[in-house]
Design a binder for this molecule. Structure first.
Ligand SMILES: [Zn+2]
Length: 433
């Protein structure tokens, strides 16, 4: 596996040194230097530069203060997950097992990525990792998962201490899962006041009083051209903080978004996810304009996410005898007809069992994957790709359509580091029903 290795200086008293400190975390983006002659190479090079990890003053300050119970909030791509990984490494270096709580199925992918990063960073340093345990909960549905995870984590306490990471935390009191997440935090701290608990999430609301709020606002993940597409969402969602206007200089502005439209005589279905022609148009853009998967190797298939909020996305299914029992969505068929290798994640769509999902997400996380991931945005929370294709879908009335657009900007567009491709809906009058 490739490793992008930069160095984090932990000094003997566990303090970070200097504002330009960089960190060492294993990730699946290989280091390479290439000439930039094509649009695809420009995307690859800029994406690589965004993947290089740096610590901002905000992040250094937080790591230096090292509060025991913290909720790190901030808009997407401000380095919240990196803080959790670094804190996990610090605990491991101190000899403590690390517990990662996945609060609902949408967080399984990022929890597994955090575990991978901890284990592979330690492996690269030739350190045998202590136990790193993921607790799969579903606070969306199961009240009993709260008691179960609190019991399991607290039973493993050593000298009254446990070390816990929670990513994509959300304590929204108006939703079922918010109070459950809050109860888990409160009960854990009540049972083990010396527990170390680092939680991160984009939502700055209903944060339990037990957690000290820390806010990160300097954008680190996305090119400015992508941020401009995300920012309307941050103006709308007042419970997500805005980006700092003065931040770390970007390594480049990024390329303008590419816009396609589900419109024209060959287009079928109601929205892009249904449409084979949209799949072929996107494949053409990826293969011929950006040269994804091309021989110069600048953008790999695994550098691409294709994301939607449509629950109609589906892969093909075969019975045990190998006969096709249901077809993939038109868009997926279009991609495959053009020769692209595609994995469709299905955990949020409820169409795939956990074992299948685990195999697929393991492929997605692997640096050796040569497939494009197509998914509902909920399945890839916390992750990023150089190229993101945003498949829009329509809602019944205009007000919801606007909210859907802003929701997509927050959850889909923010996954993109460098090149956004939007597949838009046609004007209402031409939508085929
Ligand atoms: Zn179409």
């Amino acid at each position: 596996m490739h490793a992008e290795t930069v160095h984090c200086k932990f000094t003997s008293d566990d303090r970070f040194v200097g504002p330009a400190t960089t960190v060492e975390v294993h990730c699946n983006i290989p280091q390479r230097w290439l000439e930039v002659r094509t649009e695809g190479q420009a995307v690859a090079e800029l994406g690589y530069r965004f993947a290089r990890m740096i610590l901002t003053i905000q992040q250094l300050d937080l790591m230096n203060r090292n509060p025991p119970h913290v909720y790190i909030t901030g808009p997407p791509g401000t380095g919240k997950t990196l803080m959790l990984v670094l804190q996990g490494l610090r605990w491991i270096h101190q000899g403590h097992p690390v517990h990662i709580i996945s609060t609902h199925p949408g967080t399984r992918t990022i929890c597994n990525i955090i575990k991978d990063q901890l284990e592979e960073t330690l492996c690269a340093r030739h350190i045998a990792p202590p136990t790193i345990c993921i607790h799969d909960c579903n606070f969306l549905q199961n009240d009993e998962d709260v008691t179960k995870v609190v019991t399991n984590v607290s039973n493993s306490a050593q000298d009254g201490k446990v070390h816990v990471i929670v990513d994509e935390g959300d304590f929204n009191k108006r939703k079922d899962y918010g109070p459950r997440a809050e109860r888990a935090i409160k009960e854990l701290i009540q049972l083990l006041p010396n527990a170390c608990l680092w939680v991160a999430g984009i939502w700055d609301q209903d944060i339990p009083a037990e957690l000290q709020k820390e806010t990160l606002t300097i954008p680190l993940r996305c090119a400015p051209a992508v941020l401009r597409e995300v920012e309307p969402a941050l103006k709308f969602y007042t419970d997500v903080n805005a980006y700092s206007t003065i931040g770390v200089p970007s390594p480049g502005d990024g390329l303008n978004s590419i816009r396609l439209c589900h419109h024209g005589t060959d287009h079928t279905g109601r929205w892009p996810v249904d449409c084979e022609q949209c799949g072929q148009d996107v494949a053409d853009m990826l293969q011929n304009r950006l040269r994804v998967g091309g021989k110069d190797g600048s953008i790999k298939m695994s550098d691409v996410f294709i994301l939607t909020r449509s629950m109609e996305l589906q892969d093909e299914f075969k019975d045990q005898a190998g006969n096709l029992t249901s077809s993939a969505s038109g868009f997926v068929r279009g991609l495959r007809a053009a020769g692209l290798l595609v994995d469709v994640l299905g955990v949020s769509l409820g169409t795939k069992d956990l074992a299948t999902w685990k195999t697929e997400t393991a492929n997605m996380r692997s640096s050796s994957s040569n497939k494009i991931t197509v998914a509902h945005w909920n399945d890839v929370q916390g992750t990023e790709r150089k190229v993101v294709v945003w498949l829009k879908c329509k809602t019944p009335d205009d007000e919801n359509r606007l909210v859907a657009d802003l929701n997509d900007r927050l959850h889909i567009v923010s996954r993109c580091t460098t090149q956004l491709i939007v597949v838009d809906l046609p004007p209402d009058s031409s939508v085929s029903q």
